[in-house]
Design a protein around this ligand. Structure first.
Ligand SMILES: *Cc1c(COP(=O)(O)O)cnc(C)c1O
Length: 438
């Protein structure tokens, strides 16, 4: 029996209820889930069915508890069920869940966002990160009168058709659909380039700039693990797009309020034309936002002709959760505390790997991080793919068995919350050493 199978078997013994729940779920929903990565396909085993979360921990329906580094894939920077957010939501719900009419809450959250992101002069609330990027690209196309977009391999910007396009063979050729159901016509307008490759980007701009509406990028890539921008990469994107009248979109759905209160644009001191937000700004409720330069945002309906709408956009519950979350984050020393946790985890995990004699590369921006099972420097999708996913699967199951929940894929970021204590981190590091040794 392979090592992976063995571990899986160990796990299943205490996951009977999750196993039964998953079986039933698969009868009614594709793959038994509402978002693919939740199904644990890349690591094997049964996904945990969760009954509750509190602070740094989640509890499954079999009664097991785990220190959680998934945190709903990023939003829960305060941890699970923070008292301030939960009580604000309860109070708001008493007044009704949605009116389809303006409330002062929307302006309050918009003002907070704009204060934290000076590049955003106006902002529109939507319901997800996918909606934010899709709408920002529409605005960029309308503003420039051009059709093509540039994105980078390994970056994820949600599941809109035009964004599910991967690079064709050879960096300069046309893109190809990355999912059945995406018409080839979409691929014609999406150029996919390697992340952190300044030279290829420059030559593409030189050739095609007249046709390019926007460049969209994760300023720290969090959807192929965690890949930091090399010095000069973001600066080059800014310089070249300014020169060519191309809209630069920072997709900060993951990095926003995560790598710093003002996102990656604050950390790297670069002002994009448009910014997409999501995850943290919703405080665990479905929220996204896009915004930026007044001259672009004034084209959005009803001020301008670019159509974009939403029945539940800016609803009072979601706005309330976002406001309560950002208020807590804005307090003094919050990010200092988060950084200290990040530093401790980084130091501990690196030492654990060394002691267990396992070759890993660890990357981190604030409280998002990834441990790659490779000895190669990871700077883009190709180098990320050198990671040993079998080894990762073993590590994942070994951690789970020891009460640590990390993302069930090598190519996802982990997250730390304000609720994670130094005791949590010590326990995690000990578990990591044992899991790696195994
Ligand atoms: C999560 C994510 C999205 C998509 O957001 P959803 O709310 O899942 O639609 C887009 N861009 C980035 C960078 C993300 O991390």
């Amino acid at each position: 029996m392979s090592r992976k199978k063995n571990l899986e078997k160990n796990l299943e013994m205490k996951l009977n209820k999750s196993k039964a729940a998953f079986k039933k779920a698969q009868r009614f929903m594709p793959g038994g889930v509402n978002s693919p990565v939740r199904a644990f396909k890349s690591v094997g085993g049964t996904p945990l069915f969760i009954s509750s979360g509190k602070g740094s921990k989640i509890y499954d329906i079999d009664g097991n508890s785990y220190i959680d580094y998934v945190l709903s894939w990023g939003p829960l920077i305060l941890g699970h069920a923070p008292r301030t957010v939960v009580s604000a939501i309860k109070k708001a719900a008493e007044n009704g869940t949605s009116y389809g009419a303006p409330t002062k809450l929307e302006t309050e959250l918009a003002e907070m966002v704009i204060q934290a992101y000076p590049s955003m002069e106006k902002v529109r609330m939507v319901n997800s990160g996918t909606e934010a990027t899709m709408s920002a690209i529409r605005a960029a196309r309308a503003f420039t009168g051009r059709d093509k977009i540039i994105k980078f391999e390994g970056c994820y910007h949600g599941h809109a058709d035009g964004l599910l396009v991967k690079a064709g063979s050879g960096a300069m050729t046309l893109g190809v659909p990355d999912s059945p159901g995406v018409p080839e016509g979409y691929a014609l307008n999406t150029i996919t380039l390697p992340y952190n490759d300044i030279k290829t980007f420059k030559s593409m701009i030189k050739k095609q700039w007249k046709k390019i509406a926007c460049v969209i990028v994760e300023p720290v890539a969090g959807n192929m693990g965690c890949v930091l921008p090399v010095p000069g990469f973001l600066e080059t994107l800014r310089k070249e797009t300014l020169r060519s009248g191309i809209v630069l979109i920072f997709d900060e759905v993951m990095t926003g309020f995560r790598v710093a209160f003002g996102g990656a644009q604050q950390q790297f001191k670069i002002k994009p034309d448009l910014t997409c937000l999501g995850k943290v700004i919703g405080g665990g409720m479905p929220v996204g936002a896009y915004g930026g330069k007044e001259e672009i945002m004034s084209r959005i309906s009803p001020e301008g002709p670019v159509y974009q709408a939403g029945t539940l956009s800016g609803n009072p519950i979601a706005m309330t959760a976002g406001i309560a979350t950002l208020k807590t984050l804005a307090k003094k020393d919050t990010y200092k505390k988060l950084k200290a946790s990040g530093d401790a985890l980084e130091k501990g995990l690196k030492a654990a790997a060394k002691r267990a004699r396992v070759k890993v590369r660890f990357y981190r921006a604030g409280t998002m991080f990834c441990t790659y099972f490779t000895d190669r420097e990871v700077v883009d999708f190709n180098s990320a793919k050198t990671a040993d996913t079998e080894k990762f699967a073993g590590y994942f199951l070994g951690m789970l068995k020891r009460g640590i929940n990390i993302a069930p894929s090598q190519f996802e970021s982990g997250f730390i919350s304000l609720a994670h204590t130094s005791k949590d981190i010590d326990k995690t590091v000990r578990a990591a050493y044992e899991a790696m040794k195994e």
